[in-house]
Design a protein around this ligand. Structure first.
Ligand code: SF4
Ligand code: SF4
Ligand code: SF4
Length: 286
């Protein structure tokens, strides 16, 4: 799989073959597994520990570094995982949904076939979608093809980067076995992030996803995301809390609020915020 080597100190450094086991560039894919992450919205309280764990790991992992061009200016920094905070309902009956978003390693990933040089691909062994930085020529086609804004351009290296499902953790033989999981799962203090193989009906994460009515964001995109969410249930909250949103309502809220501009990643960063709602005069016509 790889060649292991030691850096000058004694920090073990690994180099993994990203094409190990074969890769695919065209839909339909025929991968054997499709790794994914399921987030339980009942548990997630929006601490962003997963976001920071991702940043921390990947800035020093084999797929890093992540560029921070002007971190204290316009916040043009790169996060492969972004926790979105979406407030829904009418005051005072509102609720904030905390929604961590990173590459969904889609089962029909549209970001892959658009690459003119085959630099991005879906792995046969596990369905992980990766970018080979040594081949990427920076066309950004894949950034525009992703309906979820989950690909980012590194202006320093001139290549596209994205969540790797922590490929370089889960296959790292130098890590203790219990740490060979994605950093964002490892870093969630309430175990709201769950690893699943969406193609294995016996996989515990997949069973949980199906049994608990799991859903994906934007099913109408056709990308068929592998990662998804367990819906928030009002039975855990006060009687007068807001109702559970339907799948399509999640998508509508998410997009119409401008929290994420789908597929509009022209730069390398989060482009979070803000409700553009009638931005001009903020007077409510008396
Ligand atoms: S670390 Fe866990 S609780 Fe915190 S935002 Fe991420 S998924 Fe939610
Ligand atoms: S979320 Fe976007 S980048 Fe990730 S596999 Fe799906 S289309 Fe591609
Ligand atoms: S799986 Fe790894 S690369 Fe992907 S969001 Fe989680 S920590 Fe980041």
């Amino acid at each position: 799989m790889s060649s292991n080597q030691m850096s000058s100190n004694q920090t073990p450094q690994i180099t993994l073959d990203v094409r190990q086991g074969g890769v695919e560039h065209r839909i339909p894919y025929s991968n054997k597994k499709n790794y994914a992450i399921i987030t339980d919205l009942n548990k997630c309280f929006g601490c962003a520990g997963c976001q920071m764990s991702c940043k921390e790991w990947n800035t020093s992992g084999m797929f890093g570094p992540l560029p921070d061009l002007n971190p204290y200016g316009d916040l043009d920094v790169m996060f492969w995982l972004r926790v979105m905070y979406v407030e829904v309902g009418n005051y005072p009956q509102t609720k904030v949904y905390n929604i961590p978003i990173n590459c969904f390693h889609c089962m029909d990933a549209p970001c892959v076939p658009v690459c003119p040089v085959g630099a991005t691909f879906k792995r046969v062994e596990d369905g992980i979608v990766l970018v080979d930085y040594t081949e990427c020529i920076g066309t950004k086609y894949c950034i525009y093809a992703c309906p979820y804004g989950n690909r980012f351009f590194d202006y320093i290296e001139g290549v596209t980067k994205k969540c790797t499902h922590c490929f370089d953790r889960i296959y790292d033989p130098t890590l203790p076995p219990e740490e060979r999981i994605p950093a964002c799962i490892h870093g969630c203090m309430v175990q709201a992030r769950i690893w699943a193989d969406r193609l294995d009906p016996t996989d515990p994460g997949n069973i949980l996803f199906i049994d608990k009515g799991g859903f994906v964001l934007g099913p109408e995109t056709g990308a068929n995301p592998a990662s998804g969410y367990l819906p928030w249930h009002s039975k855990y909250a006060a009687d007068n809390d807001v109702e559970l949103l339907s799948e399509s309502e999640y998508y509508d809220v998410w997009t119409s609020n401008g929290v994420v501009i789908l597929g509009a990643q022209g730069n390398n960063s989060t482009y979070t915020e803000q409700n553009q709602s009638s931005s001009s005069s903020s007077n409510s016509s008396s």
